[in-house]
Design a protein. Structure first.
Length: 457
């Protein structure tokens, strides 16, 4: 299953949107505990009715609606042409056409066990030669004859059964005797047992798993017709970001740069480029208008600070804003825009956890639709501890899964990665917070879901 660094304008915007009580609660959640693993959050959960927003800056899209818009956005664009890929490149993609058997499976009568192929009733005279897998078919058997045979070998014509090695014995005259009754067709896989040529094995829209690759190979395929991975270009904005060494002189490390490409690949994307642009409106305009990617992901610059150039650039090129801010914490200044019918831009906030929130809120549904992946089944678990809530926005809180419960983690402020680094999922906390034991929706992180989409190379 993201944006780099902390952009001062966005950080200030996040803080300005919280009242004193909320800021203190977030500080308390992010400043306790000294262990390497994040500790469970135990802050109380106010459960009164959500307060009505009192400023027009909260006219953002509700979080569930934003995810739905992102999931639908690509459907209005041009259909993406299927591609043919080799089997070793198809894992995690989706079949664009049904998988039809190219031959019978198995394509000849096959021994299911090591033993003897026999004809008629016993005892049987055993031939001196044997039959091995991959060799030419042996001479037909006459009634009362047997021949040694290996698993997967082609059964001689007129054979009536296979006797497993452990179920037969030979006497001093070399005659084979069965230790138990022998049924007609026993331990023979007849031609076409699994399918006949032309049978549909799997429908279009099936996710290519390792088992699907094995079935395709067995059915005679060298390539598969699939929906291509959406191509993503990442633009990292910010003059304050370092790519190595310790923070110094007002500069900070690019914390999310090393993570974003792998995370996007885990969500099914092909990352075509990662470019660092700094805070330069002209350079950003040129990068966006010159991109041929299906999705452009920008990091930072989505708020209204003096060097936040994403909104002005989108207006300049006539892009259609589909989502302009989301009622979610962290990450509310995220955005989704349609640049062309077949090209979209996801603007992630610059704070690290806020950027992850934007990635899973807007980029994941968009990429899922583009790659034709099915939506994951939603699920809920009770929270082990109460979680403080925002008055009128959804909160996404890192959590670990312990049996049948979700344990919220500390260090969940917009600029923090310590919590998410130890998490299995994000808990969806409704406006007003959640009490201990309350059911909460969970969003699995790509590497915790054991899905085929987890591909970090």
């Amino acid at each position: 299953m993201t944006a780099r660094g902390i952009h001062a304008g966005e950080h200030a915007q996040d803080a300005e949107d919280l009242d004193v009580e909320e800021v203190l609660a977030l500080v308390n959640e992010g400043s306790t505990g000294d262990s390497a693993m994040p500790a469970p959050a135990t802050s109380p959960s106010p459960q009164g009715p959500p307060r009505k927003p009192d400023t027009d800056q909260h006219r953002a899209t509700p979080w569930p609606e934003a995810r739905a818009i992102a999931g639908r956005a690509a459907r209005t664009g041009s259909r993406r042409a299927p591609v043919s890929v080799t089997l070793d490149s198809a894992l995690g993609l989706v079949l664009a056409a049904p998988l039809v058997a190219l031959s019978d499976l198995p394509s000849f009568d096959t021994s299911a066990m090591d033993g003897w192929a026999v004809a008629g009733p016993g005892p049987w005279a055993v031939r001196e030669d044997g039959v091995l897998a991959g060799h030419a078919q042996a001479e037909p058997l006459s009634d009362g004859e047997a021949v040694r045979i290996a698993t997967g070998a082609r059964v001689p014509a007129d054979a009536t059964a296979v006797i497993r090695s452990e179920h037969g014995r030979t006497d001093d005259k070399g005659r084979l005797h069965a230790a138990r009754d022998v049924g007609h067709g026993q331990d023979i896989r007849p031609r076409g047992q699994e399918c006949r040529s032309g049978d549909q094995l799997l429908p279009g829209g099936t996710l290519v798993t390792p088992a699907v690759l094995g079935l395709a190979a067995a059915a005679g395929y060298d390539t598969l017709t699939v929906v291509p991975r959406p191509r993503v270009e990442v633009l990292i904005l910010g003059d304050e970001l370092l790519t190595e060494g310790l923070p110094r002189q007002g500069l900070i490390r690019d914390a999310l740069g090393p993570m974003l490409p792998s995370w996007l690949r885990a969500l099914g994307a092909e990352v075509t480029a990662v470019r660092r642009l700094g805070d330069d409106e002209k350079v950003l305009h040129k990068a966006i208008t010159g991109s041929t990617a299906d999705v452009i992901v920008t990091t930072g610059g989505t708020a209204s600070g003096p060097v936040d150039h994403v909104h002005p650039t989108l207006r300049r090129i006539g892009a259609e804003l589909l989502v302009d801010g989301v009622k979610v914490r962290p990450g509310h200044p995220m955005l989704l825009a349609r640049i062309k019918d077949d090209q979209h831009l996801v603007g992630l906030p610059g704070n690290p956890l806020a950027a992850i929130s934007g990635l899973l809120t807007l980029a994941e549904p968009l990429l899922r639709t583009l790659s034709a992946h099915p939506a994951p089944e939603p699920y809920e678990l009770p929270l082990q501890d109460a979680v403080h809530g925002h008055p009128y926005d959804t909160r996404l809180v890192p959590a670990v899964l312990r049996g049948d419960r979700a344990v919220p983690l500390h260090f969940n402020g917009p600029a923090m990665l310590r919590g998410i680094a130890g998490a299995d999922a994000l808990a969806v906390v409704p406006p007003g917070g959640a009490r201990q034991g309350q059911q909460a929706e969970l969003i699995d992180l790509p590497w915790a879901a054991s899905g085929i989409g987890v591909c970090f190379t």
